[in-house]
Design a binder for this molecule. Structure first.
Ligand code: FAD
Length: 414
């Protein structure tokens, strides 16, 4: 979140009703502000929605999150049931095999040694440069890259340490531990969670709650074309939309926001007969070295209850695209289906057990946390430090996950 409220002014207009805007409106109202929310679409939620298929639920974006005490009380307040993950086992594909620990003992020992003791020689900007100084090649290929692909859909070459995980950024001469000690973090008790009826139930419950509380000031189907002039404005639209709305008032910031890149994604929820041998666990991440066409697979029905309508079915979600295979979003539905089927055949010999596939495409899915984004933050921070009453908030302002967005929103106006 960038910018601050003008606390003398109790009126706030929230523009955008994705999860960021809904949460911002929810907490601002709780903190005594008079809120108006304007959302372009007829339904709020933005990227997030849950589709009920005859086979079970299919998410359009977020599936799960780390539940903090604050997320738990939000769910309780909205009357939503949270499910705890039934497993925490995660796999990484190496040489075509699913491994819980993808490094050999020698590689792991070397990587840990370097992580603990090796000192930075430069002010590394990308994770690839950072990994050269603080890890080894196998840890970069089989731990770091799959992890980054799983969150951002991009590899270490395209992700800035300072943008994505600023606590890990080292100055020349520092070890990673020195950097972590510089900014100690309060540990919160968390658990991997999902909503019983899918993440869509969160946006529905927030929309209902805000309809009751804001009345006619909860406005759907209203595309904002110009920044409102008075009071506080919390801009909860994607960076490219924020750029358009700020064009007249803040040209330099608008130019920087235009340069924020978004990775395209395809997400396919696949329902399979139980005979398909899906390993027990949360899912598998796939490093680029494996030369597959997908980024990873979540094992939905192993991780959470109520993901399928019958005990005789598995549900998995397959992710593809990102910066490794962006063209996939523009392929025909039948071509995407063929790719997903081929990949599930290669990984789990599961093609013949597929019963249903729900494909979602996002041409602009997740913002790329690179140096261009950091530059936009710098410009925004400088400018908005001098101007109260304008806030930029969304998955491009420092937090991508539901957990992170909820944490920031809960601090608004408190
Ligand atoms: C495939 C995928 C899987 C994901 N999985 C997870 C996960 O498992 N866990 C997790 O924590 N996170 C996950 N995420 C991330 C998370 O879902 C997103 O970061 C989050 O939903 C972004 O919400 P937002 O409100 O910032 O943006 P958006 O959802 O993009 O909302 C922006 C809103 O602004 C509205 N808008 C735009 N222009 C205007 C205008 N001019 N006037 C009015 N309204 C406007 C839009 O209609 C939209 O509703 C995933 C994301 C993707 C794409």
């Amino acid at each position: 979140m960038i910018g601050r409220l003008n606390t003398k002014e109790k009126k706030v207009t929230v523009i955008g009703g994705g999860i960021s805007g809904l949460l911002a409106a929810y907490y601002l109202h709780r903190h005594g502000y008079e809120v108006t929310l304007l959302e372009k679409q007829k339904q709020a939620g933005g990227l997030i929605d849950t589709i009920m298929t005859p086979y079970g639920l299919a998410e359009k974006a977020a599936h799960s999150f780390l539940a903090t005490p604050s997320m738990v009380s939000l769910a309780q307040g909205l009357g939503l049931k949270l499910l705890r993950a039934q497993t925490r086992t995660r796999y990484i594909l190496r040489d075509g095999q699913l491994k819980r620990m993808p490094l050999s003992p020698k590689e792991a020992f070397h990587a840990v040694w370097r992580f603990l003791f090796s000192r930075a020689q430069s002010d590394a900007q990308t994770f690839a440069q950072w990994a050269k100084e603080h890890l080894n090649e196998s840890a970069m290929n089989y731990l770091l890259n799959p992890f980054l692909l799983g969150i951002f859909g991009a590899t270490a070459e395209n992700i800035s340490v300072k943008a994505a995980f600023p606590r890990l950024a080292t100055f020349p001469g520092e070890r990673v531990w020195d950097a972590l000690r510089r900014t100690p973090k309060k540990r919160e008790k968390t658990f991997l969670a999902a909503f019983e009826k899918g993440t869509g139930s969160l946006v529905k419950a927030l929309s209902q709650d805000l309809t009751l509380k804001l009345g006619k000031n909860f406005v759907l189907g209203k595309a904002v074309e110009e920044l409102p002039r008075s009071g506080n404005v919390v801009l909860c639209v994607p960076a490219y939309e924020a750029a358009r709305l700020l064009q007249k008032k803040h040209k330099a910031l608008a130019r920087a926001l235009e340069k924020v890149n978004y990775n395209p994604f395809v997400q396919a929820t696949v329902f399979l007969e139980k005979r398909a041998e899906i390993p027990k666990g949360v899912g598998v991440l796939i490093p680029p070295q494996e030369k597959r066409k997908i980024l990873g697979v979540l094992f939905n029905s192993h991780t959470f209850a109520y993901r399928t309508v019958s005990q005789e079915l598995h549900s998995v979600s397959v992710f593809a695209g990102g910066s490794l295979f962006p063209e996939i979003v523009s392929l025909k539905e039948s071509e995407i289906r063929e790719i997903i089927e081929e990949e599930l055949a290669a990984l789990f010999h599961a093609r013949k057990y597929i019963r249903h596939m729900e494909i979602v495409r996002w041409h602009k899915g997740i913002p790329l946390y690179n140096e261009d984004l950091r530059l936009a933050w710098d410009i925004a921070e400088k400018l908005l430090a001098q101007e109260e009453g304008l806030i930029l908030f969304g998955n491009y302002t420092g937090e991508i996950s539901l957990r992170g967005l909820e944490k920031k929103a809960s601090q608004l106006g408190s």
